[in-house]
Structure formats: C-alpha cells, structure tokens
Design a protein around this ligand. Structure first.
Ligand SMILES: Nc1nc2c(ncn2[C@@H]2O[C@H](COP(=O)(O)OP(=O)(O)OP(=O)(O)O)[C@@H](O)[C@H]2O)c(=O)[nH]1
Ligand SMILES: [Mg+2]
Length: 449
C-alpha cells in the first residue's frame, strides 16, 4: 500500500530540494501536485480539499521555521498533516473494567474478519490475556471450521454452535460469555458473518449479536483495496451497530491507500490495527505517525525495533554479540542470527522501514531465495565444518554443494563472504578501520558500502 503515493511525494520533494525560497506561486504549484497525488491514491475528495488547504495555509504562513530549508519545511508540514489525517494519536483497544472484554469483528464478505480474529487473538495472547474465540458466523458452512483451525494453531479454545443443535449466531454469542466465565478467559473475540450493507436481515442479525454480547470494542474490518469506498462501508456499519475502530487488512497488496487516508477524517473512527499479510503474525498496531513516515520514505524505526524484539531471543543475541566481539562467531551462530532476522518477515518489508534507504533499495526485490540458499549451504555442513570452515577442502565443497542443491562456486562465494565478515568484526573489535565486505552477504548485494 502507498507505494504509488510514496513515489509521487518522492518526486515532488526531489524537485523541491533544488529550489530556494518559496513564493506563493511555488506553494500553489506544490499544493496542486500533492492534490493530484492524493486523488490518484483514491483519497476522499473532501479529505483532500481540507488537507491541501491546511498545507497551503501553513506553508505560506508564519508557521515556517527559519532553521529549515524550504523543502524541509514543506515535508515537515505534509508529514504533520498526514499524521492528522491518519488519526493523529495511536488508538488502543478499550479494555473492560469488568472482564471479559469483548471484541466484535464486523465487515463485508471476504474483508478478512476471521483472519483478523486469529491475528488479534495471537497478539493479545502474547500480551498475557486469556482469549476465547467465538464463531458467530453461521452463514458460510466452512466458517466455523476456519476459526477452529486458527484456534488449534494458536492453542486457543473456540466456542461455536453445537454440531447437532440449532444454528443461531445470537445464541452462540450469548452463551459465549458463560463459556468465557467457565474457562476463566478475560478476552472474547467474536467473529461474525460477512454481510453487505444492503442486506437488512444480516445487519439486523449483527445488531442482535451485538446486543447479546455488548461488545467493549466493535471493530470494522475493511479491505484496504476498497479505497475510499471504505468510507461508505464504515458509515453504514457505524449507523447500524456503532463502531469503535477499524482494522485495515491487506495493506501488503497494491492498494493505493485511499481507505487509510479517508476513514478517520470522514467517519471519525480510528484505525487500530493493520493486516500486512496472510500469516497470523502479519498484524501490527496502527500508528499514524509511523505510517506517515513510511509514506514519505522516512522509514519506521520503531516498528522495526518492535519486530526485532518480538523475533529475537535477548539471551541468544547477547551471546552472539559477545562471540562477535571475541572473534569467535561461527557459521552456526551466523545461521541462528540469519534465521532470527528472517522471522521478522520478508527482508523487503524491513528495508522499507529503514530510514534513509534510497528509493531504489527500498523498492528493490530482495532475493529471499538467495537467503534460503545460504541457509541450505550452512545446513549441509557438518557441525565441525560450521565451527571451523578451514576444514572445508575441495571434496567437502562438492559434497556441500550437492547437499544444498547449489554449486561449488556458490559455496565458495558464501565462505568468502563469511570470512570477510569475520575479519571485519575482528578489525572492529581491535579498533581498526572498518572495512565492509565487498558485495555484502546473501542477497543483500547492492547496499551502499
Ligand atoms: N494478503 C493478505 N491477505 C489477507 C489479509 N487478511 C486476510 N487475508 C486473506 O483474505 C481472504 C479472506 O479472509 P477471511 O478472514 O476469510 O475473510 P472474512 O471477512 O472472514 O470472510 P467471510 O467470513 O467470508 O466474510 C483469505 O484468503 C485471507 O488469507 C491480509 O492482511 N493480507
Ligand atoms: Mg469469516
């Protein structure tokens, strides 16, 4: 999401950097370009109008700081206005003072409700909450089973209609609270059937499910691909059941970002979470400031750090750091570290969060296959070889290449790069000038040296 918009901003700001002072006419021109960029990203017209008016007023007005260049001033203003448009401060789930807290997920068919139920359950479980999943979607035959599968993956209970009893979602919802009490769970996530706004029967059923569980948080799940149509969807659901917030799904796709930039301002409901992929861990709390930074290519260090904290074992990382310092870092340690990094998600996504990454690198297709090959090569070595690569002679190289489905050249290149890293680490710890390995490691070729 936002790739096209990011590119447009990048172009506007690049041209701006070569300018000196900005007069009113320059500001008008920039405003026009930003307006077009936002409209192309399918942002609601009213939102665009307000956004442009504020940027113009501030760029022309006294708001301008003398310590910044004209380009920096405009970027700062646009960043702040993007943050505001995306909701200003980060929203949070409301927790009930009288447990259980009940989160009800509603939305159009296929928007990602059931997946979001699983992802949210995973996130809250990891925060120490006792979660019960509730299958109040009896519309689609496979819906209950889909939630049960997620429950099994997460090792969480799923409450559903009895297999041989009546299939009434309102009854399932109502009894789920007793089940939560019986199991001692303090958080209940209710998955509901997908429905179209125009379907009055299903909207009515949703209201009755709501009245049965009295949700602490009613969240609308919206597919980012919906664009600014998300505004109409959110308005309809808000009128029908009352919303507390929005979960924006599939932002990993090529949605242009209109939904994200329109919904808060028009409907007044904050985006609380975003879905960034199909897997259960592809889910993040939504932070307007961080998202604005990502749109403007400034990176998102905080999310990167959080991902690292979630993926890395602190103890292991400390041990690896110590070995690095002492020059005892082996291929085995390298493999461990690489696996931990890969747990953080596709390297390409991580690159986008790094500040100061040139656009070409942010957009470069990182070859995940190359990382996989490096992993396969190390895995095909014996433990002794991993600890002491100097053991690896010609015939061992052939064996390793065969075992990993690579060539001896690839094995050689990998070993050479590893040696360079070791040398670099050694010279760093000995206070010598740091020399980065030529070419970098597995698939990372092309990074600035
Ligand atoms: N790429 C991507 N796919 C997603 C994301 N969230 C959900 N999906 C996919 O979208 C499809 C629909 O997801 P569901 O969770 O079944 O949607 P739903 O709203 O429960 O659908 P109904 O119950 O039929 O209304 C599935 O194939 C999911 O894997 C996301 O954040 N990114
Ligand atoms: Mg579903």
């Amino acid at each position: 999401m936002f790739d096209a918009l990011s590119d447009r901003f990048d172009g506007i700001f690049t041209r701006l950097r070569s300018r000196g002072r900005l007069n009113e006419k320059d500001v008008d021109e920039i405003a026009r370009e930003i307006r077009l960029a936002l409209l192309e990203a399918d942002v609601n017209v009213k939102v665009v109008k307000g956004f442009i008016a504020r940027v113009k007023e501030r760029a022309n007005g006294a708001d301008v700081q003398k310590s910044l260049s004209p380009a920096q001033q405009v970027i700062k203003i646009v960043h702040e206005e993007l943050v505001n448009t995306l909701g200003g401060v980060s929203g949070k789930l409301e927790m009930s003072s009288k447990p259980p807290t009940v989160v009800m997920l509603a939305g159009l068919q296929g928007s990602g409700k059931t997946t979001a139920a699983g992802k949210l359950a995973r996130m809250l479980k990891s925060q120490g909450l006792g979660v019960l999943l509730v299958a109040a979607d009896l519309q689609r035959p496979a819906a209950v089973e889909q939630l049960r599968v997620l429950g099994r993956q997460l090792d969480l209970p799923v409450w559903s209609a009895p297999d041989d009893g009546p299939k009434d979602p309102v009854e399932v919802a109502r009894t789920s609270l007793d089940e939560a009490a019986r199991l001692g769970k303090n958080l209940v996530i209710v998955d509901t059937a997908g429905r179209l706004q125009v379907d009055t029967d299903l909207m009515d059923e949703l209201r009755r499910v709501r009245d049965a569980v009295k949700p602490t948080d009613t969240l609308l799940v919206v597919d980012a691909m919906t664009g600014q149509e998300a505004v109409n969807v959110a308005t309809a659901f808000d009128e029908a059941v009352g919303l507390d917030g929005v979960v924006l799904t599939k932002i990993d796709g090529d949605a242009r970002g209109g939904a994200a930039l329109s919904v808060k301002e028009v409907v007044g409901k904050p985006i609380l979470f975003v879905g960034t992929g199909e897997k259960l861990e592809d889910f993040e709390a939504f932070h307007p400031d961080r998202m604005a930074s990502r749109i403007l290519g400034m990176g998102d260090v905080l999310t990167l750090i959080e991902k690292a904290e979630a993926a890395f074992d602190v103890g292991e990382a400390a041990v690896a750091g110590e070995k690095l310092r002492k020059g005892q870092f082996t291929l085995e340690d390298f493999l461990d570290q690489m696996r931990q990094v890969r747990k953080m998600g596709p390297i390409g996504n991580l690159m986008k969060m790094m500040p100061g990454m040139p656009k070409e690198i942010r957009k470069a297709e990182i070859d995940e296959g190359e990382l996989g090959r490096v992993e396969a090569i190390i895995c095909s070595m014996t433990p002794a070889e991993r600890r002491d690569p100097s053991l690896i002679n010609g015939s061992r190289r052939v064996r390793i290449a065969k075992g990993s489905g690579t060539s001896t050249q690839e094995v050689n290149a990998m070993l050479k790069q590893f040696k360079q890293v070791q040398q670099m680490m050694r010279s760093m710890t000995q206070g010598k000038r740091m020399r980065l390995p030529v070419g970098g490691l597995g698939g990372m070729e092309g990074l600035p040296q």
